[in-house]
Design a protein around this ligand. Sequence first.
Ligand SMILES: Nc1ncnc2c1ncn2[C@@H]1O[C@H](COP(=O)(O)OP(=O)(O)O)[C@@H](O)[C@H]1O
Ligand SMILES: [Mg+2]
Length: 364
Amino acid sequence: MSDVMIAARGLTKRYGPHRALDNASFEVKKGEIVGFLGPNGAGKSTTMKILTCYIAPSEGTAAIKGADIWDDPIGARAAIGYLPESTPLYGEMLVAEYLEFMGEMRGLQKDGLRKGIRRVVEECNLASFYAQEIRTLSKGQKQRVGLAQALIHEPPILILDEPMSGLDPNQAVEIRDLIRQLGKERTVILSTHNLAEVQVTCQRVLIISQGKLVADDTPQALTSRGRNRYTVVVAKGDKAREGAVREAFGKIKGVDSVRILESDSGETKLEVLPSSKDDLRADLFKAAVDGGFTLLELRQHAQNLEQIFRDLTLTASDDDEDDDDEEEEEAKPAAKAPAKAAAKDDEDEDEDEGSSKSTDKEKE
Ligand SMILES: Nc1ncnc2c1ncn2[C@@H]1O[C@H](COP(=O)(O)OP(=O)(O)O)[C@@H](O)[C@H]1O
Ligand SMILES: [Mg+2]
């Protein structure tokens, strides 16, 4: 048997004239944990609902462990454990009752049901609140119950729609670790708009933007295919006035844009974006020496997944209604629109720094 667990072919979903999903094709192999990444409204939930046979595509098809969603929806659903975006829990039920109910819905009975419940209680670590009402649980505990119901019929595939959203950082780490654990024996697709999650949890990333798949790669390959950036700090002086420094670095062959990040009493901090992957450090150093500037700092940064994500998902979307995320504001793509980026003032710099820092931290 082939090890392709999910094969989506040309999936399209139209709502009136709007294409929520546009000709998406991808495969997920046995044992992979794949991150389905995209801004709000990109089509992540739509894809997941199609794969789990909750809605039908307008065009295209998918095979779930060999079962076609049109020809054998029951076979397809049997192979999948699904955790929808808003976990369908019944607050008044005890965890025990809920699992029994969900197990029965999945066709389990008697011994099979008892065994299934015991297994998921252990796997998702529910023992300490097994006899509690669901409404009394923390968000993280509820999410574990949601995962447990998805696992009760021992599906080889898990489809998890934003499983970590709305959790506090400790709960998110707990759920992330649980998902990694579950993913050792299973094939997992999880959706998220959080890049840090993808970087630590997933072996492969599918990036979706406005219904279209725009990337399918490992997090490492995605980050390495981007260009580097440089931050340069020079001491202020007679020669080293902001404009002069910017001009000197801007003239270097291979430099796409230069912008001033910070300029306070003693020093000026700049960001230099190259137009290719060539290493520009020696040229930057030489330009500083030739210009008579005192170089205080010169750093090269790999482009992080966040920037690549922005590049891929923010192009040509200016007049689209798609989402109101502040991400959009911060991130008129620097690499794609150097003139704009260079002209942009310092306002968004703090946020840029902040978010790349937090991503770096996550990586460690
Ligand atoms: N039932 C529906 N009717 C009309 N439009 C919908 C419906 N469901 C989703 N959409 C639209 O489809 C697009 C993709 O939605 P969705 O898959 O939920 O995005 P995501 O999960 O990535 O945030 C959005 O523009 C959304 O407004
Ligand atoms: Mg969604």
